[in-house]
Design a protein around this ligand. Structure first.
Ligand SMILES: Cc1cc2nc3c(=O)[nH]c(=O)nc-3n(C[C@H](O)[C@H](O)[C@H](O)COP(=O)(O)OP(=O)(O)OC[C@H]3O[C@@H](n4cnc5c(N)ncnc54)[C@H](O)[C@@H]3O)c2cc1C
Length: 560
């Protein structure tokens, strides 16, 4: 694989400039899907550019699923942090994948579609054609649940590239089994197939693990076809700095991209015909270019941070912000980088009364989707996700048991009210972006999470967990009233890493919309976004399964 990459890089450098029907930026979850699907028609030349390396942990072996946290902070992670949050002041780590497979190659492998109510809210907000039923064929097309019990082929895929299944019975964690029983004892329904997005309650989550190995987008979608698709070129270590824009027409047209390659070879100069947008400081850096053939398109799949970052570096974004940092705005797109959403996470940490065995899976085998107010009649969509972690999950600096001595009932907020931003720190495209998720900026989020802690405690005290339950270490039994619980939530805060919303789908009348319902960037020709950033609102569970479906759908929109 690395050999093939190098060969491709040499061809790019030495050969005559080539053009492509599709240039896909970012080989993460969505980018691998797009590259594979778009290159199925062998007459289409497809270029996939990825800033990271071919194999996430190369030269080390890719770790077993349970060791996934060890990937964070490595070369496979951009290693971002947020700006200080209103939660005690500390920045929060914001890992995101960098390498073939992107975040699917370093993530936690929980594979849930999110409850259908999450997607069904999209058309109501203007994203016509993006409801759960519209996405269902694409959810199915991405996955393969062949052989898994209690999976209905009407709602689940049986021949997609990605093999997913719950933890195999003989490898299930005993604590997860006890937790599931405890949730039912606490009065929650038992879900049969939580991953389908049609049920609430608690059940075994599907995991992107097959035969004991991680299933990521590169392994499932890209590697199986790399050798046979001569019309697809993949270049790694290729950081796309900006989009090439032709502004001679009535609206700007994206004609290609400029990128640098971190392989030590000298870059080419940008050809004269592509200089129309080169009046801002970051454009002075020499770089390679890749251009679209007539009618070709650039597709951004750089993720909810990378895609808005690249748009803004190219002068497509909120005019005021761009001008503040010295970038000429080629188009005022106020929504770019706004509307940032994430699932905020906290939980109740227990010291275990017995040693906690090591996980053979992803540390999070059982999940639950619940409603904070079980008596609500107007809205029954789940707004909290509760799950078991066979590890103590706590922010650095907080006391508590070490691995093997504790466990956590994790609480995640599914439908946050708070909205954040991704902004450029300066005009240099290589400067890490400024990420402000604005956790708990809206007080409703703290109220919902407080209800979540109470629900977690109820399950934690159920008889099925008696043999495991030691002291409640965090927040601690004495922390009982709402004010104290809110203070704890601010102290013990994590990201679920489901970043979304920064290039949202919407209508022309929606000033915050960045792409239309066919994922075309508004006001620009030849440019689409097709990753987690297009979600108008974050989905009601972990995001990856939905990103696969969005990318599958995008490939149809591009080719039909
Ligand atoms: C640590 C972690 C754990 C997670 N756990 C889970 C989980 O258990 N279950 C779940 O459902 N979801 C999980 N997620 C979320 C899920 O992985 C993401 O929602 C999903 O992968 C996003 O897909 P994407 O294609 O939008 O972006 P990504 O997969 O992040 O891909 C973006 C790609 O673009 C590349 N890129 C960015 N900028 C540039 C540029 N300028 N030039 C070239 N390349 C560029 C990046 O290097 C990356 O490879 C997790 C995420 C993380 C980070």
């Amino acid at each position: 694989m690395p050999e093939q990459q190098n060969q491709q890089q040499e061809q790019e450098q030495d050969g005559a400039p080539e053009t492509y029907e599709y240039i896909v930026v970012g080989a993460g979850t969505a980018g691998c899907v797009l590259a594979r699907r778009l290159s199925e028609d062998r007459t289409h030349r497809v270029l996939l550019l990825e800033a990271g390396r071919p194999v996430p942990a190369e030269p080390d072996p890719v770790p077993a699923p349970a060791a996934w946290p060890s990937l964070l902070g490595t070369a496979a992670d951009w290693g971002d942090t947020t700006v200080p949050q209103n939660t005690g002041g500390a920045p929060i780590p914001w890992p995101r994948g960098r390498g073939l497979g992107g975040s699917s190659a370093i993530g936690g492998m929980t594979f849930l579609r999110g409850h259908r109510s999450g997607c069904d809210a999209w058309p109501e907000g203007g994203a016509k054609g993006w409801g759960y039923d519209d996405l269902l064929p694409y959810f199915k097309r991405s996955e393969n649940v062949t052989g898994v019990r209690r999976r209905d082929p009407a709602s689940r895929g049986t021949d997609g590239p990605l093999r997913v299944a719950p933890a195999a019975r003989r490898h299930r964690h005993p604590l997860a089994q006890a937790f599931l029983a405890a949730a039912v004892q606490a009065g929650h329904p038992r879900a049969c197939d939580l991953a389908a997005g049609l049920e609430t309650g608690f059940g075994w989550a599907d995991l992107a693990i097959a035969d004991g190995a991680r299933q990521d987008a590169a392994g499932a979608y890209l590697r199986p076809v790399l050798g046979e698709r001569t019309n697809m070129r993949v270049i790694t270590d290729a950081f796309v700095q900006r989009l090439l824009l032709d502004e001679t027409g009535t609206s700007p047209r994206c004609t290609g991209v400029a990128y640098t390659v971190a392989d030590g070879t000298p870059p080419e100069d940008t050809p004269a015909e592509d200089t129309s947008a080169e009046d801002s400081p970051q454009h002075a850096a020499p770089s390679r270019t890749a251009r679209c053939s007539p009618g070709g398109e650039v597709v951004l799949t750089a993720g909810a941070v990378g895609s808005p970052r690249l748009l803004m570096s190219s002068g497509l974004g909120p005019r005021e912000h761009l001008e503040d940092i010295g970038i000429t705005a080629h188009l005022d797109l106020p929504g770019v980088g706004g509307n940032l959403q994430d699932h905020v996470v906290s939980g109740v940490v227990y010291r275990s009364a017995r040693p906690v065995p090591e996980s053979e899976n992803n540390h999070a085998e059982v999940q639950g989707l619940i409603r904070s107010d079980p008596h609500a009649t107007t809205c029954t969509a789940p707004d909290l996700q509760l799950g078991i972690a066979d590890l103590p999950v706590r922010a650095g600096g907080l006391p508590g048991p070490g691995p093997g001595a504790g466990y956590t009932i994790v609480v995640a907020l599914l439908s946050p009210y708070s909205r954040g931003t991704v902004r450029l720190a300066d005009a240099d495209p290589a400067t890490p972006p400024s990420i402000d998720p604005c956790y708990y900026a809206d007080h409703h989020d703290l109220d919902l999470m407080t209800a979540g802690l109470r629900a977690a405690r109820e399950i934690g005290m159920a008889p099925a967990l008696t043999l495991w339950r030691g002291e409640e270490e965090l927040p601690g039994r004495d922390i009982a009233d709402d004010e104290e619980l809110r203070a704890y939530l601010r102290r013990n805060l994590h990201s679920a890493h489901d970043y979304a919303g920064t290039c949202a789908i919407g209508t022309d009348t929606d000033a915050g919309a960045v792409v239309d319902t066919e994922l075309r960037v508004r006001g620009v020709e030849g440019l689409r976004v097709a990753d987690a950033s297009v979600m108008p609102t974050i989905v009601s569970a972990n995001a990856e399964a939905t990103v696969y479906a969005i990318a599958e759908r995008a490939s149809d929109l591009l080719t039909h």
